[in-house]
Design a protein around this ligand. Structure first.
Ligand code: SF4
Length: 502
């Protein structure tokens, strides 16, 4: 049987469709896959309310999988009964299967509504998806009167109660998918053949590979490191070089075409272990921009698809937590403050007030990749005019700890060309378990923090306590890591010679 997901995967990459069917165990889903799925389910349920009363025919078998036969029968039954809106309406024809998110009766036929949790900016991606559904329904003899995409209106701003009609954006994709639709009969035949073949299809790498769950598998035979590890190069450019067989770092170097200094250094240090490159003058110039009392700030945020904070849009970044380390004066002790909001509430006001209590005006604050923290602070300032002066002052006094690394003042091969703190920290302190995010319980990265926080409100008290503790420890490590990064910069800046390799 060819499902809609099989067909969509096939149209993206033949090998992807084959691997999903024959070797699902080889996929390495990214850490946010589950959270995206949960968001999709919530948006799907919300979209049902757009059309009033509906009947859902989704049915599971004993193993908890969709019971396709039962769903197909129930769908036919509801259509015969004249049900106006059927959710998960299922159709099967000649081995092709699909379930329509919302099937609505109209003008003597039926309209397909495909619900996505993405915003309208991504709507072009879904022509394949909807065209396939139309093909299956028409093959089953169902007159399809319209094909619509229901996605999130990125411009929607929550004012009062959620207004579903404005929150969702419905787009008629009938014209846009015409070419795709015309190609389906042939493409379906090839999809079936590819899915059934025993041998893995040959498929060249493509622009989607780096975001594909099978990338670790498909790239397993490439030399390491390779052109796809190169910093600051577009995927199109990487693919061009790959197709010219300039793949390994040795080949890239020999080609003489790498002109970017950071890429040259990345290749150079990867090919021979040259220790750590230190530009003391550059580091000192950066450290001269800092002053005591010195603060280290990091936010954790969530991005709810369905906004619940007044004045925010879908997927707005909402800060719910911060960690703050600080040193009052040179040689003084390292102190710590933190804030974690109550899950299930609008966290912004209490967090903004706590920040203004914890960070005085006109002090030097550091962040790692400061654009993120500054943007959150400026958003809070715009939301709470009475705190705006203080919040804007904090934002204006932020220095970016990323700068010395981004400018190339400090580099070693362990950074692998990346300057994110998760790459820089182990490169600076390779053997320090107190800086190892893997040692943390429950929350190891921003994505997990974002996913755990909104769920806390539904946990039993004991689990709530543990989850909050995990969040606090994670965020604290983020700012402690920044302190350690700063300490290392101070340490190397104090040597006599100008530039060196340690
Ligand atoms: S990594 Fe690339 S080639 Fe491999 S399955 Fe995914 S998209 Fe296809």
């Amino acid at each position: 049987m060819i499902s809609k997901s099989d067909y969509v995967a096939y149209r993206a990459c033949r090998k992807l469709a084959w691997l999903r069917k024959h070797h699902p165990e080889l996929a390495q889903e990214d850490e946010n896959a589950r959270s995206r799925m949960e968001t999709g389910e919530k948006i799907g349920e919300l979209a049902r309310r757009l059309f009033g009363e509906s009947v859902c025919v989704y049915t599971q078998d004993e193993q908890g999988r969709p019971d396709i036969r039962a769903m197909v029968e129930k769908t036919a039954d509801e259509m015969r009964k004249g049900t106006p809106v059927i959710c998960e309406a299922a159709f099967l024809h000649d081995g092709c299967y699909c379930a329509v998110d919302l099937l609505c009766r109209e003008n003597g036929g039926w309209a397909i509504y495909e619900v996505k949790s993405s915003t309208e900016a991504e709507q072009d991606r879904y022509s394949v998806d909807i065209a396939y559904q139309k093909y299956v329904l028409e093959s089953c003899g169902v007159p399809v009167t319209g094909c619509y995409l229901v996605c999130i209106n990125s411009q929607y701003v929550l004012q009062g109660e959620l207004d579903l009609q404005s929150f969702f954006k419905i787009t008629d994709l009938s014209e846009q998918m015409e070419d795709e639709y015309a190609a389906i009969p042939e493409e379906v035949k090839t999809t079936g053949a590819v899915l059934q073949q025993m041998d893995e299809p040959d498929e060249d790498l493509n622009v989607n590979c780096l975001n594909c769950a099978y990338w670790p598998y498909c790239s397993r035979n490439l030399p390491k490191p390779n052109v796809f590890d190169l910093y600051q190069m577009s995927m199109t450019e990487k693919l061009k070089r790959y197709r010219q067989h300039t793949i390994s770092f040795e080949e890239l170097l020999a080609s003489g075409t790498i002109k970017n200094d950071k890429q040259r250094r990345q290749i150079d240090f990867a090919l021979s272990d040259r220790g750590t490159w230190i530009d003391r003058k550059g580091i000192q110039a950066f450290l001269d921009t800092l002053s005591y009392p010195l603060y280290f700030l990091d936010f954790e945020t969530m991005q709810p698809a369905i906004p619940f904070c007044q004045g925010t849009r879908p997927y707005s970044q909402i800060p719910f937590q911060y960690s703050l380390h600080f040193i009052e004066q040179e040689g003084g002790p390292l102190e710590h403050r933190e804030y974690l909001a109550e899950s299930g509430t609008d966290p912004r006001r209490a967090l903004a007030e706590a920040l203004c209590r914890d960070i005085p005006m006109n002090v030097c604050v550091t962040a790692y990749n400061k654009a993120f923290e500054c943007t959150r602070l400026n958003e809070l300032a715009a939301t709470f005019p009475d705190l705006a002066e203080h919040l804007t002052n904090i934002s204006e006094n932020i220095r970016d700890l990323l700068t010395p690394f981004q400018k190339g003042y400090y580099y070693n091969r362990a950074m692998g060309g990346s300057f994110s703190i998760k790459s820089v920290l182990p490169a600076l302190y390779p053997d320090d378990p107190s800086l190892d995010y893997h040692q943390l319980e429950g929350v190891h990265n921003g994505g997990e923090a974002m996913s755990v926080f909104p769920k806390i409100k539904d946990m039993p008290p004991e689990e709530q306590k543990i989850a909050r503790q995990n969040l606090l420890r994670y965020c604290e490590l983020d700012t402690y890591a920044m302190v350690k990064v700063w300490e290392e910069l101070v340490r190397v800046s104090s040597a006599d010679e100008q530039n060196s390799i340690e």
